[in-house]
Design a protein around this ligand. Sequence first.
Ligand code: FE2
Length: 252
Amino acid sequence: MSFFSKLFSGTKGADRNAAPFVNPIQVEFHSHLIFGVDDGCETIEQSLEILEGFAKLGMRKVITTPHIMSDFYKNSKENLFPIRDEIRRRLKENNIELELDCAAEYLIDDGFEKKIEKGDLLTFGPNGKHVLVELPFMNEPRNLASSLFELQIAGFTPILAHPERYLYYNDDRSRFHDLKDQGILLQMNMLSCLGYYSKPVQDAAIYLVNNNLVDLVGSDTHNIKHQELLQEVYQNKVYHKVCEAALLNNNL
Ligand SMILES: [Fe+2]
């Protein structure tokens, strides 16, 4: 049985009379599919295979978000957009119907506020005002509050990528609520529902879902394995629950 036929076959242990789950998400906005620029896809073939997979999964649009960091992945539109355009050409040639945009996942590091000052940001969403940001995994950055504030006064809406993965929030989950109260949108990784990263990350994801804190979901696909695991995500009760919330993906 192929990956996609398995996807739409029954759920193990599910109530036979229950309506099959239909994934409501049509816009995937967190992935690493600009090949050769970060820790995601390495070749155009890998990018195209995953993008074709997203089209088969019912996505109408993919906004891919390569890492941008001040010292490690120094990407910018100058090197990213020509690759995006090459992928778009190949999608067209292969008759893959999918809108492809390229934004970025910005690490909030020491150079981030300079980028805001210069207006040098890759954005997306309604009026191009959404910015995807991530934090270091070890410590909350000391310039977090100022960076988010600067973004907001410049008219942008920050989306924090995978808050459940920052284990320093495990000891103080009130920080999730603080961020929401400050107008930060929270994006949960779909694979966190499965415990793919770790059990504590899965627990934090369940906390976010149960407390209605998730604004958007993203696959954070770096490779084909991540995409193949979405089959399991679509059968997962935590994912079903988050999809009952008013997620913003389809408005992007
Ligand atoms: Fe990412």
